[in-house]
Ligand binder design. Structure first.
Ligand SMILES: Cc1ncc(COP(=O)(O)O)c(C=O)c1O
Length: 483
């Protein structure tokens, strides 16, 4: 939707700053908020100068996003301020990116220091922080659990740095294909099976792996795929969490080189992978010599309270590769693929590359951000606050059982609220935004909460209080419709 149409949908005069309304906004406490925010304190509108900018910019920007007529120009922690000076509580964190919050002081300092030193050189030369960050990611994975690495050592993994999540997945898919080709070639040499084509890739319903050609080919959503067909070949789609053994055998057969899956599906509705199912999948991959790729771009980096969603999974549910991006840079674009040694061995010089991936500025920021996210006291506080949010959300689903299902989706600070009516998630996101709270939809039926990991209990109280007000408006509306 263009901003013209968004403005047309607003009941207020387009472009007029809501000065009177702005003065009403401030939240003393969660309880006070619950009473106040039946009113829209932050209607979707902006000052005339901002509207003019949007109109002029829309002539130059490719129209790929439906945006409300809001422009944010400042942030701090979980707060964002728009060009009218209105403050919003951000429970979207730039789509699960800014784990340390907006405009973090330490982040800004390191960014300034490193950019004054050197930003970009190229992968033709060594740079210190690429290696330091790779080492930290692998050794922290060993310590926290993940990639099946042994706590005692003796095994290992290597890291390839990319610029985004889609690019990390693209690399992982390429590595799986190379691994499969090498395996098929080895079998052919031994004369066992000359014709084996081991290039199949398996993905799952409701997955989201990104917008590049390989990544959308593994994102089985007609909205994303159909306009860009034909996609890359030899991709098959399984049912997420399907425990049927026969279907699993057919899906992951000898022709499969790789399986890509999100242990918690971010965009697809915060569907949560059953550990028993991921275990079954891991076992099957090992049986047929396929590599298991976990896409933890949204759910990794301590968002669930653990370094990886799979950190505490049993051995059979451990992947051969894991991809990350988003929170690793806290807003500085970076992605990474962690590859177990047996897969890394098939990747040689020239197999893959990137101009920007692993550049000094990106990896310095990743190194700094990761050091903060992995601090034990930080992780402890993430888990404590997440438990508080858990209890609030449980209360919410009980109070609004006519609108919300009792299904618990996600973990820690990647949480989904599942609605019975598919028109409701977008309505809650809009009503909340008009009351100063930024949320996200996910899939067809869910609202997603992915706040910065520095979120406080009070901010959780405030967010849930605003949601309560919005849900009661929605409930009243549903009840009066039914009468
Ligand atoms: C699980 C997952 N994988 C991949 C991506 C793509 O990442 P990017 O947008 O950085 O390319 C996303 C983005 O939302 C994601 O959530």
């Amino acid at each position: 939707m263009s901003f013209h149409r968004a403005l047309a949908g607003s009941s207020r005069v387009p472009g007029r700053p809501a000065a009177r309304i702005l003065l009403q906004r401030t939240y003393a406490s969660a309880k006070a908020t619950a009473g106040k925010c039946h009113e829209a304190t932050h209607p979707d509108e902006c000052p005339p100068e901002t509207a003019d900018l949007m109109e002029s910019h829309s002539r130059y920007l490719l129209n790929t996003y439906a945006r409300p007529p809001l422009m944010f120009d400042r942030g701090s922690g979980l707060s964002l301020w728009d060009t009218s000076g209105r403050e919003y509580l951000d429970f979207s964190a730039g789509i699960a990116v800014t784990g340390l919050g907006h405009s973090d002081e330490g982040f800004n300092k390191v960014l300034a220091e490193q950019s004054a030193k050197v930003s970009h050189i190229s992968n033709l030369y060594w740079n210190k922080y690429a290696g330091e960050l790779a080492k930290d990611l692998v050794e922290a994975t060993r310590k926290h659990g993940g990639l099946g690495l042994s706590k005692e050592g003796g095994d290992g993994a290597k890291v390839f740095f990319a610029n985004s999540g889609a690019e990390a997945n693209e690399g992982a898919l390429k590595f799986a294909r190379k691994y499969g080709k090498d395996a098929a070639a080895a079998v052919a040499v031994s004369g066992k099976d000359k014709a084996l084509d081991k290039s199949g890739i398996v993905c799952f319903t409701n997955a989201f792996h990104g917008r590049t050609m390989g990544a959308i080919s593994c994102t089985p959503n007609p909205k994303y795929q159909a306009p860009f067909a034909p996609l890359i070949p030899n991709i098959r789609v399984g049912q997420y969490n399907d425990m049927d053994e026969k279907r699993m055998l057919e899906l992951v057969d000898e022709s499969v080189c790789g399986v890509i899956v999100e242990p918690i599906q971010g965009e697809g509705g915060v569907g949560t992978g059953k550990v028993e199912w991921l275990e079954m999948l891991g076992k099957r991959c090992r049986k047929v010599g396929a590599v298991l790729i976990f896409d933890e771009i949204q759910c990794g980096m301590f968002r669930t309270g653990e370094m990886w969603r799979h950190s505490s999974f049993p051995k059979d549910a451990q992947p051969d590769m894991v991809t990350t991006a988003k929170a690793l840079g806290n807003g500085f674009p970076i992605g990474a693929i962690l590859v177990r040694d047996h897969v890394a061995e098939v990747i040689s010089i020239g197999s893959h590359g990137t101009t920007f991936g692993g550049q000094p500025l990106a990896v310095r920021m990743g190194h700094y951000v990761f050091s903060r996210l992995s601090e034990p006291s930080f992780v402890k506080s993430v888990n404590e606050t997440a438990a508080h949010l858990d209890s609030l959300l449980e209360g919410l689903s009980k109070s609004f059982s006519s609108l919300i299902t009792d299904e618990k989706r996600g973990k820690g600070f990647i949480r989904g609220i599942a609605f019975k009516d598919e028109s409701h998630p977008a309505e809650l996101v809009r009503l909340a935004r008009e009351r100063g709270l930024l949320l996200l939809t996910a899939g067809k039926d869910a609202v997603r909460l992915v706040p910065a990991l520095i979120v406080t209990k009070e901010q959780c109280d405030k967010a849930v209080a605003i949601m309560e007000s919005c849900l009661s408006i929605m409930q009243e509306k549903s009840t009066s419709k039914a009468k």
